[in-house]
Design a protein around this ligand. Sequence first.
Ligand code: G3I
Length: 368
Amino acid sequence: MTVKAHTRREFLQHAASAAAFGATALSGLSAFATPGTAAPIDEHARLIPYGSAARADALATDVAYREAIVTNCDIVVPEGEMKWPDIHPARDQFRFEKSDALVDFARQNNIEIRGHTLAWYGGMPAWTNDIASRGEAEGELVGHIETVVSRYRGDIASWDVVNEPLIDWPEDANSLRPSIWTRQLGPDYIPIALRTTASVDPATRLVLNEYDVEYKGDRFAARRMALVQLLRALRDRDVPLHALGLQSHLFADRVFDRDALQAFLRDIVALRLDVLITELDVIDYELPGDIGQRDARVASIARDYLEAVCEVVRPRAILTWGLSDRYTWVPTWFKRRDGLPNRPLPFDADLKPKPLFDVIEDFRRRFA
Ligand code: G3I
């Protein structure tokens, strides 16, 4: 079903005589810009692009937060506004207000925007439970991707097409998270989602996004092994895919397996895949309450991790799952027993930069 829907960009271009919206002018610093195509290389343009998850409601109501995003981010990614519950709440209903607002915000501020996410088990709207056949499931998945990706064609530089495909402790690449997609389409939902996205927007970069590959332990070893198997199988079948997204939700109470992580990353590079750090934050609920100590620990955990990654591969971008402790998912799942606010992000709740911000800036420069 090929829909030649006018993209939002085309609509706005017509509305505003398109010249002002030339694609390359958009992203001052692009994760996937190949040297020589972007604007003349200045110091800034050589840095690893930095970005953050952003919330449309907060951008609309919190001026200081919005200014901090504009000042510090080369890239934004919607924390929830492009997920099925928000954008496709009912079978025949799409809701674009908040996602459009984020795309417009990015365009108006010359910030690149990533898409998150098209095929994920998490938080699927209830109506999808009524999908009762393979054909219906494929129709809904393809229809959703065609509608959403075509709307933002030319705006969205990269999509987390497939998010968190593996179960927590996989045996192998077939250990996929149960979802409406695996129930009706089995493992085929992954190539269907990737091929459909590539056909609707051949220019957008296709990312498969996963977490928990950094640490010592059998579960993490199993995840690294299964993920390489899954990506290799996609490569062997010529399924379009450009990059692996490392969510990088880091835990202060876990031990990095530096050697295993680096071996894993060498496997990813050997598969000719780029690497993005897509959702970095440091889960601090086990750290001491003292803010100075805690912020220093958060920064050193991120430094050890970024060191291990960047020694093997230059990430195409480093994104944190939020800019400021003012807006973070962490207390939802990892509230501190002492009741103190979590501090997992580069800026505190008063939008003051923290040692974590300096660490990220340092790696952006050192591995430019
Ligand atoms: O929008 C509804 C609102 O209408 C309703 O009143 C409210 C109360 O139930 O819920 C709101 O939806 C919440 C949504 O965030 C938007 O804020 C959902 O309940 C809540 O579950 C959802 O949490 C998000 C979660 O993903 C699930 O989508 C978090 O903000 C977001 O940080 C988290 O992000 C995930 C990444 O997508 C994937 N990787 C892990 C990361 C952290 O879990």
